[in-house]
Write a protein that binds this ligand. Structure first.
Ligand code: ZN
Length: 223
């Protein structure tokens, strides 16, 4: 059984005000049936890039043919998205994260955390896309992989910098078998150890999925 004292919501709001990566389709909603007109229900349809708000990328985001249906969000393993996680606070930070920036904090923890979330912003402005943001270096990915990390998360729009065409960090993560969360809101998550819950939806034809990411804080049984 998992015991906890409180839930920390680390998800960004998703609305028509949410920022998106340049070129991505923003959230929008169409009311298909209104309670006012029908007297029965409100019903909507939504359009958005699955990279709006807090989400995970599936490997097929970075290679391959979507039509094959392989490596899509719906095929992601669930274990990485559920389990003990450490928040490492280096805020404010707006550059490539290298092992030397986090090594000391991480190696103080024993055992080395299987899931690591990097807090690089003291505050999240989810309506604003900032071109300069913290992201992962390949060296960091290799370092975390060597320590058995299965998932990383960051409170910025991408594992790579905004202008990257090679997506070196994304590819390094895939190669290492590490899954990743983007656009977290860690403003209210102090550095420390938690239990992460951030399951992707079972979208069988998408290259990413929104997640509702939370940290369970307090006394954690069965660790
Ligand atoms: Zn993404």
């Amino acid at each position: 059984m998992i015991e906890y004292e409180r839930i920390i919501d680390i998800s960004q709001p998703v609305s028509s005000r949410s920022s998106r990566f340049p070129g991505d389709v923003p959230f929008s909603r169409q009311v298909t049936v209104s309670y006012r007109d029908s007297g029965v229900i409100n019903l909507t349809a939504l359009t958005m890039s699955p990279h709006v708000g807090t989400h995970t990328d599936a490997p097929i985001h970075c290679y391959g043919e979507l039509a094959d249906g392989k490596d899509t969000a719906g095929t992601l393993p669930l274990e990485p998205y559920l389990g003990p996680a450490a928040v490492i606070d280096i805020a404010p930070f707006r550059d490539a994260i290298h092992p030397q920036h986090v090594k000391e904090k991480l190696e103080r923890l024993a055992p080395f955390p299987a899931r690591v979330l990097f807090r690089t912003n003291q505050e999240i402005s989810y309506e604003v896309f900032e071109e300069t943001y913290a992201h992962f270096s390949v060296e960091l990915v290799d370092y975390l992989a060597a320590h058995g990390v299965v998932l990383v998360g960051i409170d910025t729009p991408s594992a790579d910098h905004a202008k990257s065409k090679t997506l070196a960090a994304h590819h390094a993560l895939i190669k290492a078998g590490i899954y990743w969360l983007e656009n977290l809101d860690l403003a209210k998550a102090a550095e420390g150890e938690y239990f992460l819950v951030a399951l992707p939806l079972k979208f069988m034809e998408l290259e990413a999925s929104p997640v509702r990411a939370v940290l369970l804080a307090g006394s954690l049984a069965d660790r």
